[in-house]
Write a protein that binds this ligand. Structure first.
Ligand SMILES: [Zn+2]
Length: 193
């Protein structure tokens, strides 16, 4: 099992047919998962995924679609059942505007960009990542609210690659989407066979 330290990110290559298992080792921790084709020309699209799946939450059996309307990955196992796909990754600007942070703050936007750069992909814009284990509720009037992540220690989500992929995975440093707790690590593995 590979650890993604709290508040950091990693880049992962996945071949078509391989699976990526993302684990919450301690429970209650959310992260961002950004998927692109191996050459970076197709990126994850929450809008296409909402459109073709007909819902805003994704879980087992759901396909994650690209901005060119190709299937990037399918969720084949999910212990948690709810992953948000509405929010942009936390960024330096978000910490400044919403929380008055001055100076540098670790953020998923920079970590996703850097992880993709490690895989040879320079993002000219930031797609909306899948916010794994993030527990967002949408009220009937459209208002959004965060609950603590529902993931318990050891819970996982497993994706199967539908093409060769470049993936960036972060363990989010924002306490607001992590039940108010300090950031913890996430982990991943690419199971063989
Ligand atoms: Zn974040």
């Amino acid at each position: 099992m590979n650890i993604v330290s709290a508040g950091t990110g990693v880049g992962i290559h996945l071949q078509r047919g391989e699976r990526l298992r993302v684990i919450d080792p301690e429970g209650g921790q959310s992260g961002d998962l950004l998927i692109a084709s191996r050459d970076g020309r197709e990126r994850l699209s929450n809008g296409r995924t909402f459109d073709y799946g007909g819902k805003i939450y994704v879980s087992t059996g759901d396909v994650l679609w690209s901005d060119r309307s190709n299937a990037l990955a399918t969720i084949v196992q999910d212990d948690v059942g709810k992953h948000d796909f509405l929010y942009s990754p936390c960024s330096l600007e978000m910490y400044r505007i919403q929380y008055g942070v001055t100076g540098y703050h670790a953020n998923c936007n920079d970590n996703l960009r850097s992880a993709m750069r490690d895989l040879g992909i320079e993002l000219d814009f930031m797609p909306t990542p899948l916010n794994i284990f993030m527990n967002v509720a949408v009220a009937p009037d459209g208002r959004l609210s965060f609950g603590p992540p529902k993931s318990r220690a050891g819970d996982a989500i497993v994706l199967r690659a539908e093409m060769d992929l470049a993936i960036a995975l972060t363990a989010c440093p924002a306490s607001t989407c992590n039940g108010g707790a300090p950031a913890r690590p996430l982990a991943y593995e690419v199971p063989k066979g």
